[in-house]
Ligand binder design. Structure first.
Ligand code: FAD
Length: 388
């Protein structure tokens, strides 16, 4: 088993590091203002060749692997120290386009070329005010009416909803209860009855708002169907690209927190010695790096399970994401502690990296819910029903 990056992967990582570094100095101001020049960032990442990494070339993609996606996004997270610079990769490759790939030719031809080329952004809208972890209990409905579906409901915390005009929306078809009734459709801002509002402000992941969608009897052409009822597991297989993106976030932000700590403890002195010379400090750095390497192995293994155009294996990618959400905030908090008082000043990158980390703990699936899924994989003969 060889863990060395191929020359092409090493070159991709180098390019991604250089791309991320272009934005590092600006991201503190975007965070404080909760405003960022998103279109500019998006276009620049396209110019640098980071659109549609794993999408097939027939739709304008680069035919790269899920592992390449992990390598590129991790490097951009690390070098840019912001989640924003990876959004263009997420939108043109991540769960939105990956789910549309599961649809029939009509929906693929209609949307994928524009999405992959970055002409139109696509986010994913699952969460509702009364159904986050309880995804299988969502209440946004889609009812067939002639050649259309009529969609009614609302969605919360949708990353990119305010800046993207396409939404891959999870709906319940024909009032079929539970997971069996859940599928997805593509909705557009311009459809009558779609309203997008800036949602509540987050403590981290700032720079563009996480929006709320309000859907009032929206008439959606049947050709916009991604997946209908009865195929929930298939729909969620493409959602594993979201979990891989989460893994890249944890790996990249943990590396950024390590970088900041390593720099600070070599510059700052106490008792006439650089901080790094105290055993308690270099042991902390050794622990951080060991956690990072363990996370890298889990995430790499998860990405490597995606073969022949498939998505990462659910069990592997869920464990990698859970491990990231467990050690990631520990690493960023430890780095902040090693900075001393300066670590909690608003000019210090580490406080932002830590706020981003705690904001991501439940994004894409809360740790307890991930554990439910992992346990279900460990005991395939048993059921762990969450409903009363
Ligand atoms: C930064 C960020 C970005 C996001 N982006 C998007 C997006 O782009 N699109 C989108 O649709 N959503 C998005 N979300 C929403 C996110 O997916 C949900 O917040 C998440 O799934 C948790 O749902 P909830 O907030 O309703 O928490 P709840 O479901 O209320 O859960 C709260 C807690 O209750 C416990 N819990 C709940 N159910 C169980 C159970 N069955 N077993 C054990 N414990 C349980 C867990 O401890 C859990 O953390 C985002 C959220 C954040 C923070």
């Amino acid at each position: 088993m060889d863990f060395t990056l191929s020359p092409a992967q090493a070159a991709l990582q180098e390019r991604a590091t250089a791309a991320g570094a272009e934005f590092r100095d600006a991201c503190g101001a975007w965070d404080l203002a909760d405003e960022a020049p998103y279109r500019e960032i998006f276009d620049r990442m396209g110019e640098l060749g980071f659109f549609g990494l794993t999408m097939p070339s027939e739709f304008g993609g680069q035919d790269l692997s899920a592992l390449d996606y992990l390598i590129a996004t991790t490097a951009i997270f690390r070098a840019s120290q912001t989640w924003l610079c990876c959004e263009p990769l997420f939108c043109t490759t991540g769960p939105g386009p990956s789910m549309i790939m599961l649809g029939d030719e009509g929906v693929r031809e209609k949307y994928l070329p524009d999405i992959v080329a970055g002409r139109r952004g696509c986010n994913i809208a699952l969460t509702e005010p009364n159904a986050g972890s309880a995804l299988t209990h969502l209440s946004t409905t889609a009812k067939r009416d002639g050649d259309d579906y009529i969609v009614t409901g609302s969605k919360s915390y949708v990353t990119g909803a305010v800046v993207n005009d396409l939404h891959a929306v999870f709906v319940r078809f024909d009032d079929i209860p539970g997971a069996k009734g859940v599928g997805a459709l593509v909705l557009e801002d311009r459809m009558e009855g779609v309203r997008v509002e800036r949602g509540p402000r987050f403590v981290g992941d700032r720079g563009i708002p996480h929006g709320d969608l309000f859907l009032d009897e929206v008439r959606v052409p049947a050709e916009n169907l991604i997946i209908g009822p009865g195929q929930f597991a298939r729909l969620m297989s493409a959602f594993n690209m979201e979990r891989l993106h989460n893994c890249a976030f944890w790996l990249g932000s943990s590396l950024a927190a390590y970088d900041e700590a390593a720099k600070h403890v070599q510059q700052r002195e106490a008792f006439d010695r650089p901080l790094v010379e105290f055993q308690a400090v270099y042991h902390d750095l050794a622990n951080m790096w060991t956690q990072i390497e363990a996370l890298r192995l889990l995430a790499t293994q998860a990405a490597a399970t995606a073969k022949d155009g498939k998505y990462p294996d659910l069990h592997m990618v869920t464990m990698a994401k859970l491990f990231g959400a467990t050690v990631g905030p520990q690493i960023t908090l430890k780095s902040m502690e090693l900075h001393g008082g300066v670590g909690v000043t608003l000019d210090a990158p580490i406080q932002r990296i830590h706020r981003d980390a705690i904001s991501n703990v439940v994004a894409g699936g809360a740790p307890a819910v991930l554990r439910n899924g992992i346990a279900a994989g460990l005991f395939p003969g048993r059921r762990f029903p969450q409903t009363r």
